[in-house]
Every structure is written in C-alpha cells, then in structure tokens.
Design a protein around this ligand. Structure first.
Ligand code: ATP
Ligand code: MG
Length: 279
C-alpha cells in the first residue's frame, strides 16, 4: 500500500511532465538508497519513480543519467523529471524510463560460455562510454586525494579502530599512487547489480553514482569488487594489458575508498573485501 503523501506528490509530479491519469503505482524494488516504484498510466506508458531515502543524490543521478544517455553500447534509462524535497515537501524523487522485464546480470543464471560473452560485452561497454572525455581536464590526483581525506576524517569519528588502521595505510598509499590522468566519462557504480539484462538479452546500465568524470580504473575497480563474472573479466582485462601492477594497485585503492564511502552512508561494510585487499 503506497502512502497518501507520496501518492499526492507522484500525482502532482506526473501531471507536470506527463499529463495523463495514473492507473497504478507499485513498489517493485528496494535498494540501499532508494525505493523503486513503477508508475503506470492509462495508456501503455510507464515510468520509474525512485524515491530517495537520503538527500542530495537524486539531482546527481538525474544529471549523471543525462550525461550517459546514448554514450555507451548499453542503454541507460532516460531521466524524465526531478522532484526535490525542497519543492514537494516530501522526499527527493527521480522519474525515469522503466526498463521492462529485466533482471540484474548478477542474479541471472549464466553458463560459463555466456559468462565469458557477457563479460566481454560489459568491458566493451566501458571502453565505449569512456571515449568521452571531460572538456576541461582537471586535476584528478588532487580531486581524488581531497575526496579521500574527507572520507578519512569522517571515518576517524567512528569506533572501528581496525578499519581506521587499514585506512591510514591506504591514505599514504593513495597519495603515492593516484596522480593526474585523463578524465573520462564514468558510471561510478558500474557493477553487475546495476547492469540489467532484459528478456531479449539487451543490456542496460542503471544507478550511476559518484564521480562523473575521472580515472578509467574507477569503473574497472567497481566492476571487480564483487561479481560472478570476476574470472572472465580478469581474463579479458589481462589480455588487453590493462591489469598490470599499476592497474591492480589503483583497483585496490578505488575499491577500498568506495567501500568506506558506502560504509559512512549505510553503516554496512564488506569485511571479506577489506580482508582481501588489506596489504
Ligand atoms: N529504471 C529502472 N527500470 C527497471 N528497474 C529498475 C530501474 N531502476 C531500478 N530498478 C530496479 O530496482 C533495483 C534497485 O535500483 P537502484 O540500483 O537504482 O537502487 P539503489 O537504492 O540506488 O541502489 P543499490 O543498488 O545500491 O541498493 C535495481 O536492481 C532494479 O532491479
Ligand atoms: Mg543499484
């Protein structure tokens, strides 16, 4: 049962961007950061209303989806409308295209040959959208090190001493290893839960997050964090000479700080990952 306050906001918002009667609003999924509602109308049109639990991310996702649109080999949902709490007095809500009958690649039952093929498509897609560069190249080394310092300072306020010790080492490690580099278009949360496969086998990338432009290894690190396709992806990246020692170091650094970023937002941590990349 959808609550009345939310229903009122959805009615008002959809009138603003699609002046039709709503047939149904249904909660179809729940992530860490948002509730995903499917809004259907009297004609065949439907859309997703992503209702954010926290603030500030809806606008980023709206803009980031706009940047990715048409840039990759995979489809990404068209962002339709942004409704912010400051105006609707309820929650930040992003309306976007609904991807029909699709499930996350991570949950799809794949045989080994399909895994290799899927991994190849997923890596090819990265190289496609990453051909887009930031117009004015910035200062990636500084930007990333500043981002890490901020995370580190916030982590210091927490109780977990063991994690703080690992973070302390990673802080030095980051300073030694992350320098200016070509800043390419990123997805930012490119993992196999955010890649959907539909019933025709088409792939879609949803839920971009974090950096919009930056080091290409950001998305590679994200992809390798936890995936049923790990072996196939590593095989492909090694063949392309991308995962040399320098690449592997950057992957560990980006994975570590990404985990801290999520830990500070959700209080959840993947202890297995931290153990695996602890050095
Ligand atoms: N545009 C969409 N079309 C179809 N399904 C979607 C769409 N957006 C989200 N979903 C479904 O809802 C699930 C959660 O969405 P999403 O990944 O955006 O949530 P989140 O809360 O931001 O993040 P997290 O994945 O970190 O929990 C997705 O795995 C997908 O199954
Ligand atoms: Mg997601």
């Amino acid at each position: 049962m959808i609550n009345k306050a939310l229903m009122n906001v959805i009615l008002k918002d959809t009138r603003a961007f699609y002046d039709r009667e709503i047939k149904d609003v249904e909660l179809v999924n729940q992530g860490y950061y948002g509730l995903i509602f499917l809004v259907s109308f009297d004609d065949a049109f439907s859309c997703v209303a992503k209702v954010y639990k926290g603030f500030g991310h809806a606008k980023n996702e709206y803009e980031h989806l706009g940047l990715l649109l048409g840039k990759g080999l995979f489809h990404s949902p068209k962002p339709y409308y942004l409704s912010l709490k400051e105006k609707n007095d309820y929650k930040d809500i992003l309306y976007m295209e609904y991807i029909h009958e699709a499930e996350p690649v991570e949950l799809a039952a794949l045989e080994q040959c399909n895994k290799d093929e899927m991994a190849k498509r997923i890596v090819d897609n990265i190289f496609c959208y990453q051909q887009n560069f930031k117009v004015e190249q910035g200062n990636w080394g500084c930007v990333y090190n500043d981002f890490v310092h901020d995370l580190y300072n916030r982590l210091l306020l927490r109780d977990d001493n063991e994690l703080k010790e690992v973070a302390n080492k990673y802080l030095a490690f980051t300073k030694e290893s992350v320098f200016n580099t070509n800043e390419v278009l990123l997805h930012g949360d490119y993992n196999t839960l955010n890649l959907l496969v539909d019933k025709n086998g088409e792939l879609h990338m949803i839920d971009p997050l974090g950096f919009t432009y930056g080091d290409k290894f950001i998305d590679i690190a994200q992809l390798l964090k936890k995936t049923c396709l790990e072996d196939s992806i590593i095989k492909i990246l090694k063949k392309k000479d991308i995962l040399d020692d320098k690449g592997l170091t950057l992957v560990a650094i980006y994975q570590f700080w990404d985990e801290i970023y999520h830990y500070l937002r959700t209080n959840r941590i993947d202890s297995e990952l931290i153990k695996r990349i602890k050095f």
